[in-house]
Design a protein. Structure first.
Length: 139
């Protein structure tokens, strides 16, 4: 995009303009339109296909493990890397638990709301960078 704007400024005829600033302006408008079109496709795709719900017939054990710059959530035999899951601030994972052990205390059946760097449990916020592991059982 940057190269296109520079070239349209240097050669405004590329954008069917005669003056350099008009070529730059139309190129910037086209670049912005392309960016927001792709952004819209990603956002609407996440709204349409980004939600996954899994229900378990019996309680399954889970473990969230802090791995330096990354983390991993393992429920039963399935595991998910944190870096593969979170692309924007609003992305989150909700676990409906029968039990959870967080920061050396046991939490009863509240849902756990995981975000990239934080965990919300019934109004309490935990910094995931300060935790090593969270275990429990999920339904």
């Amino acid at each position: 995009m940057g190269a296109g704007i520079v070239l349209s400024t240097a050669i405004p005829v590329m954008m069917q303009q005669q003056v350099w600033w008009q070529g730059a302006l139309w190129s910037a408008i086209a670049a912005g339109g392309g960016y927001f079109t792709l952004w819209g496709v990603v956002e609407f795709g996440k709204l349409a296909f980004g939600r996954t719900r899994t229900k378990y017939e019996t309680a399954e054990p889970f473990i969230w493990t802090h791995l330096g710059e990354d983390a991993e959530l393992k429920v039963g035999e399935e595991s998910v890397k944190w870096s593969d899951t979170f692309g924007r601030d609003s992305d989150h994972i909700v676990l409906k638990c029968t039990r959870a052990d967080i920061a050396e205390s046991t939490t009863p059946t509240f849902p756990l709301h995981f975000y990239l760097n934080k965990l919300l449990v019934s109004g309490t916020e935990y910094d995931l960078n300060e935790l090593k592991e969270i275990t429990g059982d999920v339904l």
